[in-house]
Each structure stands twice: as structure tokens, then as C-alpha cells.
Design a protein around this ligand. Structure first.
Ligand code: C2E
Ligand code: MG
Ligand code: MG
Ligand code: MG
Length: 288
């Protein structure tokens, strides 16, 4: 946090304040470099999607995959979404990047289906700006038509915070997408403040329990209770529950006992390229 850093630096005295300014310049430069690089990322083919399997806990089968964006600028280190999605949001570049993501993920769904590798749903993340973008539903419809991906095989993930900021207009946007047959999931559930009455009105099909509630179960009894409560709440509303960030067999077993429907996490697989995922199917490492 810049303000806190400034305050601390000032408190330490003039020399440190100087140091702070230099560091700040480096960071601003970083940002400008990122921003101008990102501007050409799509056309230069520097973006790629990794896919993380979503596993049905009762059967052990893969029923879907979440597409996760990576940026590989020419000759540089791989950049993770947390380092560039916010910049893409602020500059508006997220609109073209987001369309590329959707198109690529839907094409991949069709390719897996055609190759008879898997009949899996593909999940795509939408940021705040994308979700509020005028004409989002038309863009989604166009991509589905162009790629041949059935609407029911596409799931869009929107975070709880984005939905609850403007719940009335969010409900309308969700309804238009749902009318097209697209599946909708609330991402990072439990980290924001959901109003249950809105939750009931949103035409969603799944809740994704945030990783922060999964990482310390079953030992942390508070988190275990929260996970159990979210699963019960979701089921009472007829929703599917997905647990994020499952890393251990103990977490998987505990979630399965709680009747959590789906899970994803390093225990099953890290996000991997479409080719690696296809190889895992072929070698039977992932059940279909
Ligand atoms: P998210 O949608 O909540 O995605 C889950 C994140 O947790 C991913 O990080 C994933 O790699 C990571 N993860 C999965 N399993 C585990 C695990 O077992 N342990 C741990 N520690 N982490 C795990 P990633 O790929 O860095 O993405 C971060 C966030 O960036 C995503 O959070 C999502 O909000 C955003 N994002 C990613 N791709 C896109 C995209 O195409 N468009 C938009 N708008 N946002 C994206
Ligand atoms: Mg997600
Ligand atoms: Mg999440
Ligand atoms: Mg997240």
C-alpha cells in the first residue's frame, strides 16, 4: 500500500523518503512497460491459456476445466494474471483480451469434444469491467456461434464482490446470459459480503468456495464449519458447490464427506496446457 509506505518512509526520515521515491519511479516504469507490452500481447500471440481440471468428488471424473490466463512477453518471464489483469482492467485492454480468452477457451472445448478426448465444460473468468461492458451478452453469443461451443458447455465465473457491488444490474446481466443457456458461477465465494436475498435472485448454477476456507481444513474447525455451511446453503438453493485450492488428500476426503460436488486444486492438477491435459487423458491420469 503506497500510502502506508509513504507514511513509514516519512517517519524514518529524509534519507528513506528519497529511497522511497526512487523505488516508486522504478515501479511506475514497471507499470508503463507492462502497459505498453500488454497493448500488443494479443496480436503478438503472447497470451496463452492453462486449464485446471474440475473433478467430480463422488466419481473422481473430470467434468470441466477452468481456463487461466498467462502472458509470455517475448524473451521474458511468464507473467501471472495477478500481475496484469488489474492493469488490463484500468486501461480497458481487458475487453479485447477477454474476448480472446473466451474465443480460445470455447475453441478448445470444441477441439476436445471432436477428438473424443473429453466432453467437458470450460469455465472462463470475467473481470468487473468485462461483466459491466455493454454488449457482453452479444459478444458471448457471437463467440459461441463462431466456435460451435454449445452454450451449456460454457461456464462464466464472476466474483462475489463484482456481483454485490451493483446487485440489481448484475441480476439483469446474469439473466440475459442464463437465458442463452450459459452456466454461471460465483467465484471466490465467502470473501465478500453476499446478501442471501440477492443470492436467491441470481440465476446462477454454482458457488466456488474460496481457497482461503479450504487451505486449513480439516484441522481449522472454524474453516471446516464455514465450508460445511456454504455447502449446505448452496445445496438448499439447488446449486452446485466447487471447492477451490484442494491440495491434499485429507482436504479432498473431508470435502467429499461434506458432499461437496466438485473440486479443483494442485492435489488433482495444477493449471496445465491443453496439450498436457490431452496427454493426461490419453495416459489415463485423469478419468473422463
Ligand atoms: P481464480 O479464478 O480464483 O483462480 C484460481 C487461482 O488459484 C488460479 O491462479 C489458480 O492457478 C490457483 N490455484 C488453483 N489451484 C490451487 C491450489 O491448489 N493451491 C493454490 N495455492 N492455488 C491454486 P491464477 O491462475 O494465478 O489466477 C489468479 C486469478 O486471476 C484468478 O483467480 C482470476 O480471478 C484471474 N484470472 C485468471 N485468468 C483470467 C482471465 O482469463 N480473465 C480474467 N478476467 N481473470 C482471470
Ligand atoms: Mg475462477
Ligand atoms: Mg476463485
Ligand atoms: Mg481469486
Amino acid at each position: 500500500n503506497a500510502d502506508a509506505a509513504m507514511y513509514q518512509a516519512k517517519a524514518l526520515g529524509r534519507g528513506n523518503y528519497q529511497f522511497y521515491c526512487e523505488e516508486m519511479n522504478a515501479r511506475t516504469l514497471d507499470r508503463l512497460t507492462l502497459e505498453s507490452g500488454l497493448r500488443h500481447a494479443v496480436e503478438r500471440g503472447e497470451l496463452q491459456l492453462m486449464y485446471q481440471p474440475q473433478i467430480d468428488l463422488a466419481s473422481g471424473k473430470m467434468i470441466g476445466a477452468e481456463a487461466l490466463l498467462r502472458w509470455q512477453p517475448n524473451g521474458q518471464r511468464l507473467v501471472m494474471p495477478d500481475a496484469f489483469i488489474a492493469i488490463a482492467e484500468e486501461t480497458g485492454l481487458i475487453v479485447s483480451i477477454g474476448e480472446w480468452v473466451l474465443r480460445t477457451a470455447c475453441s478448445q472445448q470444441v477441439a476436445w469434444h471432436r477428438a473424443e478426448l473429453a466432453d467437458v465444460r470450460v469455465a472462463v473468468n470475467l473481470s468487473a469491467r468485462q461483466f459491466r461492458q455493454h454488449g457482453l451478452d452479444a459478444m458471448v453469443a457471437r463467440v459461441l456461434a463462431d466456435t460451435g461451443c454449445p452454450a451449456s458447455y460454457l461456464e462464466l465465473e464472476i466474483t462475489e464482490t463484482v456481483l454485490m457491488e451493483r446487485p440489481d444490474s448484475a441480476a439483469q446481466t446474469l439473466q440475459r446470459l442464463s437465458d442463452m443457456g450459459v452456466q454461471l458461477a460465483i467465484d471466490d465465494f465467502g470473501t465478500g459480503y453476499s446478501s442471501l436475498s440477492y443470492l436467491k435472485r441470481f440465476p446462477i448454477h454454482a458457488l466456488k468456495i474460496d481457497r482461503s476456507f479450504v487451505c486449513d481444513i480439516p484441522a481449522d474447525t472454524d474453516d471446516a464449519a464455514i465450508a460445511g455451511a456454504v455447502i449446505a446453503l448452496a445445496h438448499s438453493m439447488g446449486l452446485t458447490v466447487v471447492a477451490e485450492g484442494v491440495e491434499t488428500v485429507q482436504q479432498r476426503d473431508f470435502l467429499r464427506e461434506l458432499r461437496c460436488d466438485l473440486a479443483q486444486g494442485y492435489y488433482f492438477s495444477e493449471p496445465i496446457s491443453a496439450t498436457s491435459l490431452a496427454n493426461k487423458f490419453i495416459h489415463g491420469e485423469i478419468q473422463k
